[in-house]
Design a protein around this ligand. Sequence first.
Ligand code: HEM
Length: 203
Amino acid sequence: MRDFLVWLATELGKGEGDLAMSWSEALASSLNFWGLLEGTHVLALMLFAGTIFLVDLRLLGVAFRNTRVSVLSDRVLPLTVFGFAVMIATGLALFYAKPLLYYHNLWFRLKLVFIAAAMINILVFHFRVQRNRQDWDAAPKPPAAARLSALVSILAWVTVITFGRFIAYDWLECGKPLPHWANVAQSCATSERGAVDLKDVAQ
Ligand code: HEM
């Protein structure tokens, strides 16, 4: 995996000559493009999270209790899907600019884990919980399984957003004296800055 990312970061798209840059390096060193990508990532995130939380709050039975779940979903979910698609596309582009930095970043890794958890929750909701929706579509308070799914969704996405924000901080950067677990969790030993165990420095 790391070898592939090294190739992506340093080789793909590289021209001739000593000063030639790979596409990834060109993107990372662009004056404004990276910032525009991140701004778009965050704007798409607001559209995505804002709309998915509307549906989750309806499923929890705390908002829009007099509106059918299907009516709210049909109106709002196209916007959620659009926000999600833009977020994934810009997220991948941001990652492509500095793949090795993010590969060795604990918050990025945790963010991917929680995205996977949130996606599994969506699949369970879609294929199991929602199967008998016509029975509770108009109910002000949907059944426990639907409420649980909505709660898991809110918690998972809030965690993804929090870890996304944490990626920018260097609290646990490889190469710094870190607890053993942090070096292992980020595969620091194979990073350019290496792994420095806090225990060894403290002695
Ligand atoms: C799907 C839901 C996602 C959410 C809710 C989300 C959320 C966030 C948030 C809140 C930030 C911090 C923005 C800031 O404050 O500066 C961020 C940054 C970022 N995200 Fe995402 N993201 C998602 C998907 C992805 C995906 C799929 C990838 C890549 C595979 C990705 C890669 C990144 C990168 C590389 C950054 C920049 C970190 C930095 O250097 O500051 N994101 N994301």
